[in-house]
Design a protein around this ligand. Structure first.
Ligand code: HEM
Length: 534
């Protein structure tokens, strides 16, 4: 019997070896004539029948840790079979650039996971982040850019600032009233999430909701569940025949997304449609979307609703990120003290922190960037939409491509002691020139007409710009459209909380953070907020 088994395994191994796909890659030569190259796939672990190499991922807490470990064995680029899906894993910066920049046009698809369909009314192409590339996607990205990625010094950017300050102020008032009535630790996460959602609905749709509105709270909870869900991987993603065992779970996902859609329609969109003003200046993102819907017969109402849902859903990332920033401060109170000292220097404790303070609060901003590095949020997997050549290897159409940014964020090649949480790694000293009155050092404003002024050079800290190996929002064609919203809103919320409260936990071991994940479960650890004495 065992001899038969050994023979079967040997035959399977020989069959797999010789049946390794050769990939045809077409390119134009210098005379414009098409040439075909026959390429081999990148090497990789030997797949088992049915599960492929899924079992290798199970050995680690996160698949990205498994990818990093496998790179030590197979090199920085390797093929792996997960279930029946062919996958390519790329593990260094040069390769990541080759994939996302040079080959961006050929790898702009997304994997066809059943869960993704369930979350978007049965079709993942309704989602901006999970759809395949298309002209519609290009149009949606362009439509969203002005509101969701506004440039500094524009009116929309200033509006992000005023909304974020207002909502942070409201949050701080709520936290103050809670901490006045209890000395217990509090379930902080839902409060951050409702505040973040109000930042988004207020900025994008000019409406905000009472934190005690039960429908609103339910929808915020659903969004948070979905954010956690999207950050997880399941065997059923690669073994779709397991779907019947996941029926209850899939029904839950569909239910959450239906609730969200009907809330957005009844509480936001329909109200606005009744009073839509087509003449005046565009008020907000919702105005922009509804005007396009009215003016362009090729735009479908569902497209608009799903877009809004997608972008409003971005608030979950802000709430989760701020929770992680507060977690970092609870782990190391010295970081909190440094942030507070910096903030005190700017606001003198007399006003809330505003977005316009950001350039004067480099350590605070650096703490958020360090949170992004430390959490190492994965890049959404890409899919090859045609045969491609990467690092000399053939990549077959349909191959799922995992970009291992976890390896970049944790590499000693790029960071000193990457396992430590240290915001100062994002800071650099820069020289600034300041004009000072040469005769008077009183701190009063100088009158340059009357007294000669002198330029002095002072060294200040500022946040390092464009670190090539730090790509939390990815690079290339499908880069994140929400990065301005994330960085501005989380900065304002986080800074205002730290200005007002000390943060702590009963037991540091409770602060469990999954590697390569920017999400925390909906129900997570409580924290202590201790109001600061003014
Ligand atoms: C912690 C916060 C966030 C992080 C770390 C993050 C990171 C990313 C990453 C890595 C991608 C994939 C890029 C790629 O596939 O190459 C992405 C895509 C995307 N993000 Fe974000 N994101 C965040 C928050 C947001 C927010 C707040 C929004 C919107 C309000 C948003 C909107 C999108 C969209 C629409 C895409 C899909 C773009 C496309 O596929 O064409 N993200 N994000």
């Amino acid at each position: 019997m065992s001899v038969l088994l050994i023979i079967a395994v040997a035959v399977y191994a020989i069959y797999k070896y010789f049946s390794k796909t050769k990939i045809l890659w077409r390119k134009s030569n210098k005379y414009g004539k098409e040439e075909v190259e026959v390429l081999r796939e990148a090497p990789g672990p030997f797949p088992l029948p049915v599960v492929g190499s899924l079992h290798l991922l199970g050995r680690h807490e996160s698949p990205f840790q498994a990818f990093t470990a496998l790179a030590k064995e197979y090199g920085d680029i390797y093929s792996i079979k997960l279930g029946s899906a062919k996958c390519l894993i790329v593990n260094n910066l040069a390769l990541i650039r080759e994939v996302l920049n040079q080959n961006g046009n050929f790898v702009a698809g997304r994997p066809d996971f059943l869960r993704f369909h369930k979350l978007f009314a049965g079709d993942r192409n309704n989602s901006l982040a999970l759809c395949d590339w298309s002209n519609l996607q290009l149009r949606r990205r362009n439509l969203a850019r002005r509101h969701c990625g506004p440039k500094q010094h524009t009116d929309f950017y200033a509006r992000i600032g005023s909304v974020a300050t207002l909502e942070s102020y409201e949050l701080v008032q709520t936290l103050k009233s809670i901490t006045q009535t209890t000395e217990q630790s509090i379930n902080l996460k839902p409060l951050l999430m409702t505040s973040a959602m109000n930042m988004f609905t207020n900025y994008m749709c000019s409406v905000r909701f009472d934190e005690n509105d039960s429908e609103f709270r339910k929808v915020v909870d659903h969004f948070d569940e979905i954010f956690w869900e999207i950050n997880q991987g399941y065997a059923v993603d690669f073994l779709p025949w397991l779907a019947p065992f996941y029926k209850k779970h899939m029904d839950k996902l569909s239910g959450w997304s239906q609730d969200i859609r009907s809330f957005i329609l009844s509480r936001i969109v329909e109200q606005r449609e009744m009073n839509l003003d087509m003449e005046g200046p565009e008020k907000d993102f919702l105005d922009g979307l509804l005007r396009v819907l009215h003016e362009d017969p090729n735009v479908d109402r569902n497209t608009i609703i799903f877009m809004l849902e997608d972008f409003l859903g971005g608030h979950s990332s802000v709430g989760n990120l701020v929770m992680l920033c507060l977690t970092a401060v609870a782990r190391d109170p010295e970081i909190g003290r440094k942030i507070r000292a910096e903030i005190e220097g700017v606001t003198k404790g007399k006003r809330p922190v505003a977005l316009t303070d950001r350039s004067n609060l480099p350590y605070t901003e650096a703490a958020i960037l360090e949170c992004l590095r430390y959490a190492s949020s994965p890049i959404v997997p890409h899919v090859a939409t045609e045969n491609a050549k990467i690092n000399g290897y053939g990549v077959e159409k349909g191959t799922v491509i995992f970009i291992n940014n976890y390896v970049l964020n944790n590499s000693e090649q790029y960071w000193n002691n990457p396992e430590n949480f240290d915001p100062s790694r994002f800071l650099e000293k820069t020289k600034v020139r300041t004009r000072r009155n040469s005769q008077c050092d009183s701190g009063m404003e100088s009158d340059s007409e009357r007294s000669p002024s002198k330029e002095t050079e002072t060294e200040v800290y500022s946040v390092k710009k464009n670190i090539p190996h730090f790509i939390p929002f990815s690079i290339g064609k499908r880069t994140c459209i929400g990065q301005t919203l994330v960085t501005t809103m989380s900065f304002t919320m986080f800074a205002n909380i730290i200005q007002e409260f000390d943060v702590g936990v009963e037991n540091l071991d409770d602060l469990i953070q999954k590697p390569a994940c920017v999400a925390l479960p909906k129900d997570t650890y409580n924290m202590y907020l201790i109001p600061r004495k003014q």
